[in-house]
Design a protein around this ligand. Structure first.
Ligand SMILES: Cc1cc2nc3c(=O)[nH]c(=O)nc-3n(C[C@H](O)[C@H](O)[C@H](O)COP(=O)(O)OP(=O)(O)OC[C@H]3O[C@@H](n4cnc5c(N)ncnc54)[C@H](O)[C@@H]3O)c2cc1C
Ligand code: FES
Length: 254
């Protein structure tokens, strides 16, 4: 489904990240994403950071298209297409730890809201931490890690995850963030014997399983993912090492 929606709320989350709220009646589940567009930009994928009737996207400005989205103001129109992809498979009653790295924190919020999971938010510095207030609204246990130690645990989200997993026994770990973090989560979970689900990112054009530009080891991230189980991710040699550029060529992972 493709619709033009009106921006009802625009909130600054940090120096480079903003959340835009809109009303959209399409049904969506935690971990799904939409393709978004306004005139003057290429369409880009964005996870839904809220999945009720009032939905939101949380955008980190890193290039031309995401900077264009940051120009949106209350009342402006945004075209959304979707929702697409397989989201997180959530089970109430299973002790769950959700890990968000950088802008990936936005994608775990609907899951945290639905099951009240414990949360780790990883960021480079205190200034890069986003959505900690929202996480605290949904969850009793919210922990922050920063690479430079300016807030919370000094170190990365995977190191903090190892500490927390030693203190409490979790039945599921959910994660979304930079691929290097996701690889770390996968490695730690397989060592510790924990099940995990990882939300991956690849360059996308159609978002709907047709063009093939988001393929990783034969799986379409837009349609078969973006959330994959740890077992699926472990069978993907390209995960953490290769990605496709805009022309579909395999290049080194970021
Ligand atoms: C399923 C999915 C969900 C996503 N959800 C979100 C979200 O909720 N919030 C959000 O801010 N972004 C999200 N993204 C990433 C977002 O789509 C990209 O950041 C955006 O397309 C970049 O467009 P741009 O034109 O602004 O930057 P570009 O000009 O395309 O990129 C600018 C620079 O950043 C690099 N870059 C591009 N994408 C990434 C990336 N993902 N990670 C690291 N470096 C990158 C490029 O190589 C380039 O050097 C998601 C991506 C996918 C596939
Ligand atoms: S973006 Fe076209 S198949 Fe995934």
């Amino acid at each position: 489904m493709s619709d033009f929606v009106k921006i009802l709320g625009a909130t600054r989350e940090s120096h480079d990240t903003m959340t835009f709220e809109f009303r959209w009646d399409e049904k969506a589940s935690p971990g799904q994403f939409v393709m978004v567009w306004v005139p003057g930009m290429e369409e880009v994928p964005m996870s839904l950071s809220r999945t009720n009737r009032i939905k939101s996207i949380t955008v980190k400005a890193i290039g031309d298209d995401t900077r264009r989205l940051h120009e949106l103001r209350l009342g402006d129109s945004l075209r959304v297409r979707g929702p697409y992809g397989r989201g997180f498979s959530l089970k109430k009653g299973v002790e769950t730890l959700a890990i968000g790295g950088g802008a990936g924190t936005a994608a775990i919020m609907p899951a945290v809201k639905e099951i009240g999971a414990d949360v780790i938010i990883g960021a480079r510095t205190e200034a890069d931490v986003i959505m900690d207030d929202l996480a605290s609204k949904y969850s009793k246990n919210v922990w922050i890690s920063t690479d430079d130690g300016s807030r919370g645990f000094r170190g990365n989200a995977v190191q903090l995850m190892r500490e927390k997993a030693a203190e409490k026994s979790y039945g599921m770990v959910l994660a979304c963030g930079p691929e290097v973090m996701l690889r770390g989560v996968l490695g730690a979970c397989s060592e510790l014997g924990l099940d995990c689900q990882l939300s991956m990112e690849r360059h996308m054009k159609c978002g709907a399983g047709l063009c093939g530009c988001c393929v990783i080891d034969g799986q379409r991230v837009c349609k078969d993912g973006p959330v994959f189980t740890g077992e699926q991710a472990a069978r993907m040699p390209e995960f953490g090492s290769k990605r496709r550029d805009e022309a579909g060529r395999l290049v080194g992972a970021r």
